[in-house]
Design a protein around this ligand. Sequence first.
Ligand code: IMP
Length: 190
Amino acid sequence: MRSEILVATTNAHKLREIAQVLGGRVQGVGVRVNENGKTFEANAIKKVKAIKLKPNQIAIADDSGLCVDCLGGKPGVKSARYANPPTPQNLCWKLLRQVRSSELGDRRAHFVCVIAIKYPSGKIETVRGVCRGKIIHEMRGEHGFGYDPIFVPAGYKKTFAEVKPAMKNRLSHRGRALRQLKAVLAKVIE
Ligand code: IMP
């Protein structure tokens, strides 16, 4: 029997990036959990546990965020709620302001994506992808979501919001985690 993959997200951007790597067999489902874990792993596991599975289904949940060196790793697990209201523009502006006023002048940052996988047996595994880069001085580009317009991956000049989705997936934390996930799933499902 062909397995279905349920994804714990209502974020259309995340779902599209996931479908690009895993193929069209993914289906988004809304889950309501309090994402108050101290780690990306804890929050991803919390989200995936909230999904009920049928025998031919597997669930995955992504918890991700941006960690900025001069801010001591913030916003980290709080990336989604770092500004009020948390519109993409407010999130980027707040981060740009904070990095500008930081005395350390260090613009290095990295995105993290942890994906938790739940099997019908109830077993849960996680994979982690990281993408290193830096925060630039202004917002650039129209693609993507969240902090994409202010993040340039190491060795590149364009922000995640300036490159095509396929290019972002090649470099990104989520793309890296998804390729690990694909290798794990290839061993267990059709
Ligand atoms: P959560 O995983 O639903 O808690 O949300 C993570 C938050 O981190 C998102 O709402 C974005 O603000 C940010 N984020 C995670 N991944 C990305 C990305 O690929 N690009 C830009 N922002 C991201």
